[in-house]
Design a binder for this molecule. Structure first.
Ligand SMILES: [Zn+2]
Length: 64
């Protein structure tokens, strides 16, 4: 898809590492599937994965 951030690149399937804080602990999740912009490198997390992670932590993920 077209990148919504830079509007110049297109995104390809890829993996990234995301981190968030829960109860004062830093949680790091590696190899999260999503799409990566080939221009600016912005990582779009898959909706289904975001929902799964939200279920676990019950709050919205910051987009990294
Ligand atoms: Zn981009």
């Amino acid at each position: 898809m077209e990148c919504l951030i830079c509007k110049n690149g297109t995104t390809n399937k890829g993996f990234d590492t995301i981190s968030f804080e829960k109860n004062g602990h830093l949680i790091i999740v590696r190899n999260v599937p999503g799409e990566v912009c080939n221009n600016c490198g912005y990582f779009y997390i898959d909706d289904t994965v975001a929902i799964e992670l939200q279920k676990k932590q019950k709050k919205r993920l910051p987009m990294v």
